[in-house]
Structures are given as C-alpha cells and as structure tokens.
Design a protein around this ligand. Structure first.
Ligand SMILES: [Fe+2]
Length: 311
C-alpha cells in the first residue's frame, strides 16, 4: 500500500498528541482490505483465540454482556447476523496472522512518526470491530494509546476526563496491576463532562492517554479499527501508576504525583519492575465463557448454546 493513509494531518496535532483529542481524516475506508467482502473473508481466516464476539443490553451501566462464538457460520452469514442483530465482533491482533493488515498498521504508524520526530511507537496492534446498528461499547479505559478509526457506518464516541472522579486513581492502579479488568462504574451524569464526537467513515479519533470512553453506534452496521501503541509517554504513565499502586499495597501510601514525567518516574518504574520480578503481580487469568453462537437465520442473529469456556 503506497498511498498515504493519514490524509488530514495538521502540524498542530503534534503539540496536543495524547493530551487532547484529535480527529484526523484518513483513507482506509477506501481500501479494499476493509470492504465488507474482505472482512467476511477475514472472519473465516481468524483463529478462535483472535476474536471476541459479544451481545449486550441497552443499559449504559453494563447490565448485560454475553460472549459467544462464530461457530460454523460463514463470514457472509456472520456479517448478515451482525447487520440484523445486536452483536459486537472484535478481531484482535490482526497483524499477527495476516501480513496485509500488518503492512497497513506499520505504514500508518510510520506516517505518524514522520509527522512527529521523536515519537517512537512499539507494540503496535490492530483490531477490527464489526458491530451491529445501535450497539454499544461500555465505559472503560485502555492502558496503551488507543485510536478509533471509522471505516463504515457512524458512531458516537464519548470521551471523559482522565482523572478523578471519572477515573479514580485506585481503580486505575487496580487495572494496571491486573487486579481487575479495564472496567469500572459509570454514572450517567459523567456525560455532562464528556467530549462527544460523531465519527464518519474516513475519520479517526485519538484521545488523551487513559481517558475513559464509551461508544454508541448509530442505526447502521459499523466497521471500525481500534489501533493501539506504546511509546515513552504511555510507558511512563503506566510505570508511575504501577509504582503508585505498589506504594499503596505495601506501605498504604497514597502517592500524589501521577505525572508521566519528572524524577519520580524512574524509581516508580524500578518499583514496578521489582514487584513483577518478585512474582507479586496477580496471575489472574480472565477466562471468557460463551453461551451463544452466530445463527443468521434467527431474528437477533444468534442461537443459545450450553455455557462453556471459550477456546
Ligand atoms: Fe477502548
């Protein structure tokens, strides 16, 4: 792929990158790699450990979330079920099993790095999200830098401040130290403090590090990419909150400095490394259980199956 992917870059984006939300035009919605047909083929090539399929309720507070499997459905049937149902399919780490998507991922980060000398990204990751009309992703935050790239359909993205009370430090530390998953309570009044973006095909959004967010689809099939990366700021912010978490767990000390820069970063990074080396990080394995499979002939595109552990 030789054409430019990041088409709407403006020089001032470099000044606010990972600190303020930026919405940037891109060209991936025109790439044949992300057409409905190509995604249907990709679904059939996706190893079972590379996807999560879910259906969810209508409450914004995560009242209902069930995981399922594609089962024997073809790619086309899966797309059909998603169009008609309330389903969320996340094909994870596409770059690890399909070199065509790895090439796209590498090119777009190289473009960002060319625009921002000094930016060095690693642990780059691409997920492809295929989601039903009106479906939602619940309130959460992500440890790496996370971008949402819109390919098809429209969605409303709510982005909240990455600080108390929207993201209490104690909850952030628990997620970072793997004591819990990347989810925590959401209150409806948080919306009064949210930035809201209506993403269209050909637009991507990148928000401040650790900013909690949630997403609602409009009444149409959505194909989107979630891209993740690590860089110095991501790593330092992770180390500071990890180190603060270790201080809380061992000494009961509530550290007040959460900035990803300054002299306190290095001892906290060393503390987090020591904690891991001592084997103190919780080895919790979050195992998903599934209780439905795709069935395009059913009104909601799914059929119940006996509950079992996902492969
Ligand atoms: Fe996210």
């Amino acid at each position: 792929m030789s054409d430019r992917i990041v088409t709407g870059w403006k020089p001032h984006f470099a000044k606010v990158w990972s600190k303020e939300t930026v919405v940037i035009d891109h060209s991936l919605h025109t790439s044949p790699l992300f057409s409905e047909e190509a995604i249907a083929e990709l679904i059939e090539q996706t190893p079972p450990e590379h996807y999560n399929l879910a259906t969810m309720g209508h409450d914004t507070k995560r009242a209902e979330w069930r995981e399922g499997i594609v089962g024997g459905a073809s790619g086309k049937e899966t797309m059909e079920a998603i169009k008609n149902g309330r389903l969320w399919l996340n094909i994870r780490h596409c770059q690890d099993f399909d070199p065509r998507y790895k090439a796209v991922l590498d090119q777009l980060f190289e473009e960002f790095e060319a625009h921002m000398p000094g930016l060095h990204t690693y642990k780059r990751n691409m997920g492809i999200l295929i989601t039903s009309p009106k479906c939602q992703t619940f309130y959460h935050f992500d440890l790496p830098g996370q971008h949402l790239w819109q390919i098809k359909g429209r969605k409303k993205v709510y982005i909240y401040p990455n600080r108390d009370p929207f993201l209490p430090n104690i909850d952030r530390q628990r997620v970072i130290m793997k004591e819990t998953r990347e989810e925590f309570p959401f209150e409806e009044w948080y919306d009064d403090y949210a930035e809201v973006y209506h993403l269209e095909p050909g637009q991507m959004a990148y928000w401040p590090l650790h900013a909690p967010h949630r997403v609602e689809n409009e009444d149409c099939l959505n194909i989107s990419l979630t891209l993740e990366h690590w860089d110095t700021d991501v790593r330092n912010l992770y180390a500071v909150h990890y180190g603060n978490g270790v201080l809380r767990r061992t000494l009961g000390y509530q550290a007040g400095n959460h900035q990803p820069y300054g002299f306190h970063v290095y001892p906290k990074a060393a503390l987090s490394l020591a904690w891991k080396k001592l084997g103190m990080e919780r080895k919790t394995v979050f195992r998903d259980e599934v209780d439905f499979k795709i069935d395009a002939s059913k009104p909601m595109g799914l059929a119940d199956i006996p509950m079992m552990a996902k492969a």
